[in-house]
Design a protein. Sequence first.
Length: 318
Amino acid sequence: MQPWLVINKPLNTAGHQRLGFDVSATSLVFAFPNHRSEQQQQQQKAGDPSDSSSATDAADGGDDDVYRPGQFAKQSLFAFLPVRSYGLRFALNADWVTPATREDILDSDPWNRWLISSIAPAFVAAREAFGDEDDDGNNDGDGSDGPTSSSGGAAPTHAESADHRRRHRKPDMSYYVSMIPLEQDVTTKAFGGMARTLIQLLKSEPICRVLRGGGGGGGRRASSSSPAHFTAYETPRATLRLPPKFSTALTGLVSPDQVRAACGMSVLDPRFERRVRPKVLAALEVATFRSDHLLQVLRSASSRRAAADNRASALLSL
């Protein structure tokens, strides 16, 4: 099983020197830890009392592919060899300028400051490496879903094909969002500034998995038990999360499309929400569905009903 998802993002070095010398090429290399390691699966099965999402995982059908918010350890920063952790949940390698001890990077060095300023846009660009996973555990990974046999023997069984997909598919968008560093996560001012910049950039990116409902359209089916619900991706500022008190009450009463039509915002997929740290959603300014949103939905539904009644009356009067 591939232990890391490695993404290399080349940088344009024009106008930047390292220790007074021109550099023809350099890059930031992101390495994301295996999001479905055996150790994490065992932790999920055992349950972690310090993590409130264990109960929701159980309610999710006990799927050991469902990872919990914040379960990933902090990783090291690398200058080709490990330096130390700066609070990031992914490993990051670059041609950093370090002191002789190699126990840190020089925050005041102009080259390092430029590399740090490049992390946020490179992280945003890395989004394209992450897949779209539906509730049945499939995504647009390597395209090897079909039963094939390279040895000329019998095709693998359905169970073997499913296991192959589970082990080799790309990490999904909720995993990507789980990797977002926050200012309080990191250990230096320079990386804190990077985290703030990254959050601002991501607020305008379609990284939140939302529900579409009441008629289909594009997107992936949210679940086999809910064929009218489809998923799409929306920007955080155009997304609403449903707290439990509304989530239960609204099920079957209004569709995600009705909420979007009335409020101009999309409903966050509850399964996506359970996989992401609440602090990340708050930093991205994902709004919470409130009573005033409910009133908007009810007024919109009432207006549509009145308009339909007027049209019907007009037709009957002909």
